[in-house]
Design a protein around this ligand. Structure first.
Ligand code: ATP
Ligand code: MG
Length: 656
């Protein structure tokens, strides 16, 4: 713990220090990834508290994920500042809503809907509209978008047209499903995630007395990842703020990755217009990543277009040189996953802690292949995105059973003869076939066991902190965590979607599935959507401190048609992709792209051997072929992929 307020400022550069000491009035920090935005605001709060300028309980720090909030609280504690609230918009709103609901509405706050998509499906069915899985996902996303932009069903169609939304169905149909969905929720006494913010906004708007109470409590606001604030969150922020100006926002327009849900970097970029007296600070020194990683990140930004790109800031690495990024191509996804698992195993064996390694992918559906590969390689892992934890079937069932047990308090059939809380939880879980000893092996059964063990562990922590607590209170805690997506943590390699990885960092990052169709994802059609995909890749690249692996597979399944190519975002950056930069070695350097094989590594199981085996037959099979795109004659089939030469961007499906 620093011994004084001034000591808190040590370890900040002059610009960060300017942020930390500007404790009054509006402050806006515009800066790229890894430049210490989160660090600057954390130290700002700590400095203010330690200097006696900020009263800790009057500070509300809003972060993007519960994990980020937890990290900020931990960091504040280390800096000697306790009592500050660091929460997500959602968690902060939920707390206020729970507190004010009885007074504003009466009764207890309705429960948060468990399976929103299912309710949307029911709503569609009752409108006589059949939706396939993809449409269901898209309609659900449209409903979420409408809610965060405060658009009621009747206004959905014109609003969606104006915003250039590509409705998955006739907008009138989406509006009908939206309407019925709201009705179903109301009838069942349920609310969804967006309702938590909407209801809080509603209460603060309609009840000046409550708004006054909230404003008396919170007087200083700090918002991280402000580039991804939604109109609804912005509204909430304005209501919290009232006519005061003590707000500090930090963000990076180049990391806007939630605009599909209605978030927009406009609030960040227009901050100065809304707050003319604002202190604006720019940070460019990148403290997170090596020059090699930063070079690739800057390269990605150079190609970006659009409003966010107009405000890009070139990063300058402050770290010593590290390894070049590694690039690897595989015939199919399972081999790609196996290759990643093998490389991860090597890192762990070389002493890199598993918790310092992450595998980042575009869609959650990709996670299963990687879970399998890591499990096969005996590598412990955890899934990021806590909604997953509380959505797991065994966890849902367990929470359901615990709720039943709590309701019939003291029911021996369910609780056995346990008094203490963890014992009761264990008793309920044994009814579900769980036992304290883990099952052998590492497959799905082990995963299931781990989830339930995490619940027991959580109960133990809860009981230790609140010895008098009863089961019903634990269940309430679980509900709150589920609502706030706050999962208990497991140590291991992190498997996460790019979206849930924002703000975080690891020593080694495996960016997988960097192929056309995944990044950008097939359904990104408009230029704006494609740009958002590029930013997503930028977010992924900038999560790495030191080691970065990028890989892609030419086909989805083993033996499948090789119909994929590396992401267009890597063109000119990837070795062998044709541009002058790449010819010079590019960010990939002399190492070039490694070619993974199907099945296990090379003869001795190593990467180098796998690569050599793969490369050898390529070189010997000299064929004359003509690129069907540019007509160039090739003397080596190795130069040819997907019947086009490596310099041609578009895909072809037949050769000459
Ligand atoms: P992102 O845009 O990804 O959220 P950020 O701008 O919030 O990144 P931080 O996470 O605050 O960046 O910082 C990145 C890393 O650099 C962290 O490990 C942080 O501790 C370190 N760092 C930041 N500023 C400094 C500094 N002045 N001296 C040393 N290390 C620093
Ligand atoms: Mg940050």
């Amino acid at each position: 713990v620093p011994d004084s307020a001034d000591a808190v400022l040590e370890g900040l550069d002059p610009e960060q220090r300017a942020v930390a000491t500007a404790l009054h009035g509006p402050v806006c920090v515009l800066a790229g990834a890894g430049t210490g935005k989160t660090r600057a605001i954390t130290h700002r709060i700590a400095y203010g508290v330690r200097a006696g300028i900020l009263q800790p309980t009057t500070v509300l720090a809003v972060t993007f994920t519960n994990r980020a909030a937890g990290e900020m609280r931990g960091r504040l504690r280390q800096l000697g500042a306790t009592g500050v609230q660091a929460r997500t918009f959602h968690a902060a709103a939920l707390r206020q809503l729970q507190y004010f609901w009885p007074k504003a509405v009466g009764g207890a706050l309705p429960r948060i809907v468990d399976r929103k998509v299912q309710v949307v499906a029911e709503a569609a069915a009752s409108c006589g509209i059949r939706l396939d899985r993809g449409e269901l996902r898209d309609v659900t996303a449209e409903i979420e978008w409408a809610k965060v932009t405060q658009t009621v069903p009747a206004d959905y169609a014109p609003a969606a047209a104006k915003a250039g939304r590509e409705a998955p169905r006739d907008p009138a149909e989406v509006a009908r499903v939206y309407d019925v969905y709201e009705e179903l929720k109301r009838d069942r006494g349920l609310i969804d995630f967006e309702d938590v913010l909407l209801l809080t906004v509603g209460i603060l708007q309609d009840r000046p007395d409550i708004a006054r109470e909230v404003r008396a409590q919170y007087q200083h606001f700090v918002v991280d990842e402000y580039q991804d604030v939604s109109p609804l969150q912005q509204r909430l922020l304005e209501l919290w703020l009232g006519d005061r100006e003590n707000i500090c926002v930090v963000g990076d327009a180049s990391q806007t990755i939630y605009s599909f849900t209605g978030a927009t970097p406009d609030y960040l970029l227009d901050f100065r217009t809304r707050h003319p007296g604002a202190t604006v600070v720019k940070l460019v020194r990148d403290y997170r990543s090596t020059p090699q990683v930063v070079r690739l990140a800057n390269g990605l930004l150079t190609q970006a277009t659009g409003r966010a790109a107009d405000h890009r800031l070139e990063l300058v690495s402050q770290r010593p040189s590290g390894p070049e990024p590694r690039w690897a191509e595989y015939p199919d996804e399972p081999s790609e996953a196996e290759g990643a698992a093998r490389a991860i195993r090597e890192l762990i064996d070389a002493g890199v802690p598993a918790s310092e390694i992450a595998v980042l992918f575009r869609t959650n559906a990709q996670s299963e292949t990687y879970e399998q590969a890591l499990a096969d390689a005996g590598v412990p892992y955890q899934l990021r995105g806590a909604e997953r934890f509380f959505e797991r079937q065994e966890v849902r069932r367990a929470v359901h059973q615990l709720r039943a047990a709590a309701r019939f308090g003291g029911n021996d059939a369910l609780l056995g003869d346990a008094e203490d809380l963890p014992g009761q939880v264990r008793a309920v879980l044994s009814g579900q076939g769980w036992s304290p000893a883990p099952p052998a092996g590492s497959g799905a059964a082990r995963e299931k066991w781990e989830s339930l063990a995490a619940l027991v562990h959580l109960a133990e922590g809860f009981a230790a902190a609140r010895p008098q607590a009863v089961l019903a209170e634990l269940v309430a805690e679980l509900d709150e965590r589920a609502a706030a997506q706050h999962a208990p943590t497991v140590q291991g390699v992190t498997l996460a979607s790019l979206h849930s990885a924002k703000g975080l960092e690891w020593d080694a990052v495996f960016l997988v599935g960097v192929a056309e169709g995944m990044m950008p994802i097939t359904y990104a059609r408009t230029d704006e959507q494609v740009e958002e995909e590029r930013r997503l890749l930028y977010v992924g690249v900038t999560r790495a401190r030191e080691r970065l692996h990028l890989s892609w597979a030419l086909s989805r399944t083993p033996g499948g048609r090789p119909n994929r190519r590396p992401s267009r975002f890597l063109d000119g950056l990837r070795p062998g992709s044709g541009s002058a930069a790449a010819a010079r070695g590019g960010p990939g350097g002399a190492g070039g792209v490694e070619y993974g094989t199907a099945g296990t590594g090379g003869a001795d199981g190593s990467w180098a051997a796998a690569r050599a085996e793969r490369a050898a037959p390529r070189r010997t099979r000299r064929t004359v072929a003509r690129c069907k795109v540019c007509g160039r004659t090739l003397t080596d089939a190795g130069e040819m992929k997907l019947m086009r030469c490596e310099d041609c961007p578009s895909e072809m499906d037949e050769g000459v």
